[in-house]
Design a protein around this ligand. Structure first.
Ligand code: PAF
Length: 262
């Protein structure tokens, strides 16, 4: 069995070079992060903490899937050394400074979920302070989150290297996500339009394709400059398409580098 750490004292017994922060309900996407972490160091710590600060909808928080036993197995199988699954009082003992996500934190996902990114940055900073890793690994699936974490590390001059792992996709190209289990068969079929649209060459073509799928309600579709997260200009070199929307009650998001995924 893999070591399960709960307290600050448990953490103090060993140094972990690489941290993979998660909220549990681990799947192939998380396992790819753990495998990438393992390629950097023998000492990989996976944290599992469902962070109340990043849920603006309390029902979402209550209904967030929890599967610690299975998570321990999946973390171990992917190469993790230990799992840190603290209680809320360990993460938030009081007087924890809230981190602002700044103006970019209010766009796109941040506009749809006010306060979400401040909650994400606050818990990530707290995990960094507790674990003091040299490297932390995040998925490109949450591209705005990844951007804001890198921005925080730079602004606060934290001595941590942030590395990112590409989005894992199922055979039908839908991005792997813990929300996918909420989709029934017909909703899953509807969601195929997302990766299909992202592979189009222009935004006009993307919009045209999305309009053919009435079951998908677009929240935002934007081409951003990866370096700034602002809308891309004609001469932007690294453009990324970001998209979010609803298939009935399930909110899905995805992104792709533009012009490289044919
Ligand atoms: O991406 C996630 O699972 C969460 O937002 C994170 C980074 C673990 C912070 O709670």
């Amino acid at each position: 069995m893999i070591d399960l750490l709960k307290s600050v004292d448990d953490l103090a017994r060993q140094k972990y070079d690489v941290l993979v922060p998660t909220m549990g309900a681990l799947h192939a996407g998380h396992q790819s992060l753990i495998k990438l972490a393992k390629s950097k160091s023998e000492n990989v710590l996976v944290s599992i903490f469902v962070n109340p600060l990043q849920f603006e909808n309390k029902d979402d928080l209550i209904n967030y899937p929890k599967s610690l036993e299975k998570d321990l197995e999946l973390a171990k199988a992917a190469g993790a050394t230990a799992v840190f699954a603290p209680s809320e009082s360990v993460i938030y003992p009081g007087n924890i400074e809230k981190i602002s996500a700044g103006p970019i934190g209010e766009l796109y996902e941040g506009a749809a979920r006010p306060g979400h990114f401040s909650g994400v940055l606050t818990v990530v900073k707290r995990l960094f302070d507790l674990v003091k890793p040299k490297v932390a690994v995040f998925g490109e699936k949450d591209f705005q989150q990844l951007f804001l974490i890198k921005q925080m590390v730079k602004q606060l001059s934290l001595p941590i290297e942030i590395i990112s792992a590409p989005t894992i996709r199922d055979l039908d190209q839908v991005a792997v996500s813990s929300r996918n289990i909420k989709l029934n068969e017909s909703e899953r079929n509807t969601s195929l339009v997302i990766p299909q649209a992202l592979k189009m060459a222009t935004v006009e073509q993307m919009k045209k394709l999305l309009a053919t799928e009435s079951g998908f309600k677009v929240d935002y579709l934007e081409v951003i400059d990866e370096r700034t997260f602002m809308p891309a200009a004609a001469d932007t070199i690294n453009k990324r398409v970001i998209i979010a929307g609803w298939v009935n009650q399930v909110r899905l998001l995805d992104n792709m580098r533009m012009g490289v995924n044919k």
